[in-house]
Design a protein around this ligand. Structure first.
Ligand code: FDA
Length: 304
């Protein structure tokens, strides 16, 4: 049952028609639990609030379903504005982005041009930019662009998904660049030809790649709400005497608030991923897919 619901939410999240329809409900569905708001101002206010209690953030302007150059340009402009706002407000924030929002599906070069503009502006402000990892169909091209960007910029990182069979090989190959990587379990619906179908195997691989990337001496953003994985990571850095400036924990806005605060209290660096923007639907569906129990929360909001 859980896997049917998971697939259903991931299917809805990819549907442009449902996305357009859902926008009309505004945040009535309860998306505001996971999304900071629709405007840049909402995002900066949220970042500032989180900073005050010791959490740093990464802001993500949600932009899915980009199919024209015009959409990609608008999305790039919004990301540049976000960088300006981070700089002007002095909030402690990185920036996260998805390359499909910059026209990756139109042409690689459209995306690449925007990436250079964004990284140039971010470098001027000393802001780190993380390229989120999307579905498997975009994995190779994302890593190819990432490697090209790494030869010009050191303020860029990307993401490796533990559910992919290729994750370990990617970490080994990328080691030559000493990259700053965010490691996650993976949020998309993938075939068992490319990804572990069993959660247990994903968790085992997740622990393995976290250790591998740390052991290689590279900066590791451990992005999870799984307390067992967090516990194992804490134990590993302790055993190996890995310095606290070589890793951080990352969690999503609105999820496991107590755990976020507890980690800060224990002295760990905690970064909260804060999405904002009008295109919240796909992101929201991925969060529901991760935890179908969230559906009750949605239903409660609909009938409030
Ligand atoms: P798991 O799913 O096993 O959950 C562990 C526990 O966390 C659950 O039992 C529950 O208590 C809580 N939890 C998890 N998800 C929840 C939810 N939606 N609502 C409420 N509670 C929840 N993926 C990707 O493919 N590409 C990417 O670029 C990123 N980027 C990214 C950044 C950051 C900062 C995070 C934290 C995650 C991502 N992800 C991602 C998503 C990631 O791949 C994964 O889908 C989620 O983190 C959920 O997996 P967990 O590791 O939390 O474990």
């Amino acid at each position: 049952m859980e896997s049917i619901m998971r697939n259903f939410f991931l299917f809805l999240g990819k549907s442009k028609a449902v996305n357009t329809f859902a926008k009309k409900f505004g945040h009535k569905l309860g998306a505001s639990k996971f999304v900071a708001g629709e405007t840049l101002q909402h995002a900066i206010e949220t970042a500032s609030r989180l900073n005050k209690d010791g959490r740093v953030v990464t802001l993500d302007h949600l932009g899915e379903f980009v199919s024209t150059q015009q959409d990609a340009n608008a999305s790039a402009q919004m990301i540049l504005k976000t960088l300006d706002a981070i700089h002007d407000s002095q909030v402690e924030s990185h920036l996260s982005l998805k390359m499909t929002s910059l026209g990756l599906d139109i042409h690689k070069d459209v995306c690449l041009k925007h990436m250079y503009d964004i990284l140039e502006r971010a470098k001027k402000y000393n802001i780190f930019v993380r390229i989120d990892m999307e579905d498997f169909a975009h994995c190779q091209v994302t890593l190819d662009i990432f490697k090209e960007l790494l030869t010009h910029y050191d303020n860029v990182g990307s993401v490796i998904q533990a559910y992919l069979y290729r994750a370990e090989d990617d970490i080994k190959e990328l080691d030559a660049y000493h990259p700053n990587l965010r490691l996650v379990k993976g949020a998309y619906k993938e075939s068992d030809k490319v990804a572990f179908p069993d959660k247990q195997d994903v968790d085992t691989n997740f622990n393995k790649i976290i250790k591998l990337h740390l052991q290689n001496g590279n900066y590791t953003a451990i992005a999870t709400h799984d307390e067992k994985v967090i516990q194992q990571a804490k134990q590993y850095v302790d055993e190996k005497n890995i310095s606290s400036d070589q890793f951080e924990f990352q969690l999503l806005y609105g999820i496991c608030e107590d755990l976020q605060k507890q980690l800060v209290k224990e002295g760990f660096k905690v970064r909260v991923y804060v999405p904002f923007g009008v295109d919240w639907f796909g992101y929201f569906m991925r969060r529901l897919a991760e935890r179908p129990a969230n559906v009750w929360f949605v239903l409660k909001n609909m009938f409030k």
